[in-house]
Design a protein. Structure first.
Length: 565
């Protein structure tokens, strides 16, 4: 195609505008539109003229793009007609991900789009002719090869074929000839409100793994766009757009020096500094992602660090991204870093919980929870109470308080038994119990009766579907560390029998999206513990021990809890 002279292009554009007016105009006298066949002819004609009148570049922009009924013209569509391809419509990868609610990771040799359990990997090429060739080696969905072209990088911008994205994620797409519009509709099951360009990330979660590696995990809202870089002892996840909470944590372990949010070259980033050398080829770290689920609507990105780990390659950190802004490169966490703790006083209202001659569970745990609130508030920690009076809340309502932006969730309960022998303190995390006898406790704490059995069965089904995935890999690690800190402090302060840390199908923990535990602070039915639990002095002891364990967990960044009281 020859490039037309400027005056010829202007003339054609004027003709294009005139024909567009002619097609859409009504005759003033009889209000009759042009016949449909004539209209289609003129549309095809002036669309062709529009192509001729457009300046030719490597990737050419024609017509319009609508996503879920809204125009996203900044996303595309683009065509590589100069290279002989006039059939495949492309879109800018970042804009397309944003508009459709897909998470996008930009990597060295490929792009990875994610939504829920689906992950689409598209190989990336800067050679346009190579990228346009369709092959089953170019694209894979959840590890299964698909036929399609590569993603194409032109002057730093990445373009992907719209059909490839639509087919992989079940979107409806097509061409509206009369409107000159390529359209995409996300189906009902995958409909996600498109993110604004700025979203807020939650604080990173940091934990030690059983194999000695250190894990850093963050939640990624739908539409998140990010790139990963490594150089020397620095690992960077840089976001296209993001609002970052203040977070700068110095770490005390064998692998990490610090984890912080900051600005690199005025771009928001998660910056992780290690105690050993990393390489862009994957030495010293390993990345993974957990799909969104009922408990967490976001994808969870995690990175493990250890000198003996080998992961997939990433980009080397560019020189302009090696220095953090001074305002975020301090050695300690900023003083205004928010810490938010949810305290759940079990039962209440129509649900009195366990009742004995020494008192009622709903009163004992509420009094203890209120004392704990005062202790944490005085320590500068923000506290959210699920209840502060004698009111009833559904278990789902309580669990909804444990959002990702909170640091932890503690539910306080008191035990009971028909006999007089059992006594002591125990702490629970969500998961499959090792002893089936604990199911009875789960049913009781899940509301009792048929409702308790139903919620316990639901929690069991949920645990079986994600155990070894979300909770074993991330949530359970942090919850267990919190449980260890709290249990240790409680036993040390009370000299009560240590009944240990256990797993159970507790519904109030099943939906939590932050580290969550349930503490049974003693047996209200026991003649030794019952009177203590009802006393103001003993409740103060329990509250102080709970507060001490929580503060230790927060101060350690969730990494480890002291085994000593």
């Amino acid at each position: 195609m020859n490039i037309l002279k400027a005056n010829e292009k202007r003339a054609l554009m004027l003709l294009y505008i005139f024909l567009g007016w002619l097609v859409s105009a009504k005759t003033k006298k009889n209000h009759v539109r042009l016949p449909h066949s004539v209209k289609k002819y003129f549309l095809a004609l002036f669309f062709s003229l529009f192509l001729l009148a457009s300046p030719v570049s490597t990737q050419e922009r024609y017509n319009y793009l609508a996503i879920n009924g809204e125009h996203w013209d900044e996303a595309g569509p683009f065509y590589f007609m100069k290279q002989g391809n006039n059939k495949d419509a492309y879109a800018k990868a970042k804009e397309l991900a944003l508009a459709t609610g897909l998470t996008l990771e930009i990597r060295v040799d490929d792009l990875v789009f994610s939504r829920g359990k689906d992950s689409l990997k598209i190989n990336l090429s800067s050679d346009i002719m190579q990228g346009l060739e369709k092959s089953s080696s170019n694209v894979s969905l959840n590890g299964t090869a698909l036929e399609g072209p590569m993603a194409i990088r032109v002057e730093g911008e990445d373009y992907v074929a719209i059909n490839t994205i639509s087919e992989a994620f079940g979107f409806e797409s097509g061409w509206l000839a009369e409107e000159l519009t390529v359209f995409i509709k996300t189906n009902a099951a995958s409909l996600v409100a498109a993110q604004t360009k700025t979203y807020t990330l939650t604080e990173p979660r940091i934990g030690l793994q059983e194999n000695g590696s250190s894990r850093v995990a963050i939640d990624l809202p739908p539409g998140t766009i990010y790139s990963v870089f490594v150089k020397d002892k620095r690992f960077v996840v840089q976001f296209a757009e993001a609002s970052l909470p203040p977070f700068n944590q110095t770490i005390d372990d064998d692998n990490l020096e610090s984890v912080q949010y900051g600005l690199l070259n005025n771009q928001p980033a998660l910056v992780i500094n290690t105690k050993f050398e990393l390489s862009a080829e994957g030495k010293g770290f390993k990345r993974g992602a957990l799909a969104a689920n009922d408990s967490n609507p976001n994808e969870r990105l995690f990175i493990d660090f250890s000198p003996n780990l080998e992961g997939s390659a990433v980009s080397e950190l560019p020189a302009e991204l090696t220095d953090l802004s001074p305002s975020v490169d301090s050695a300690h966490a900023p003083a205004n870093s928010r810490k938010i703790v949810v305290i759940d006083a079990g039962h209440g209202g129509k649900d009195s919980g366990a009742v004995s001659s020494y008192g009622r569970e709903e009163d004992v745990v509420l009094n203890t929870a209120l004392k704990l609130k005062d202790i944490l508030t005085n320590a500068g920690i923000e506290v959210i109470m699920t209840r502060q009076t004698d009111v009833f809340l559904e278990l789902g309502e309580r669990a909804d308080f444990a959002k990702p932006e909170t640091n932890l969730f503690v539910s306080i309960h008191a035990n009971s038994f028909s006999g007089e022998e059992p006594k002591g303190i125990e702490t629970y995390v969500f998961g499959e119990p090792l002893d089936d006898s604990l199911i009875a406790l789960a049913i009781k704490e899940n509301g009792g009766g048929s409702e308790g059995r139903s919620l316990t069965e639901e929690a069991k089904s949920f645990a079986n579907s994600i155990q070894g995935q979300i909770y074993r890999e991330t949530q359970l690690q942090y919850s267990t560390v919190l449980a260890e800190a709290v249990q240790s402090k409680l036993i040390g302060a009370t000299s009560a029998k240590d009944r240990g840390i256990k797993h159970n199908y507790l519904y109030v923990l099943r939906k939590a999206r932050s580290p969550a535990i349930l503490v049974e602070i003693g047996f209200i039915s026991n003649p030794e513990e019952g009177p203590k639990l009802a006393s103001d002095d003993y409740q103060n002891v329990l509250a102080n021990a709970l507060g001490s364990g929580i503060i230790e967990f927060l101060n350690e960044g969730g990494l480890r809890a002291s085994a000593k009281p």
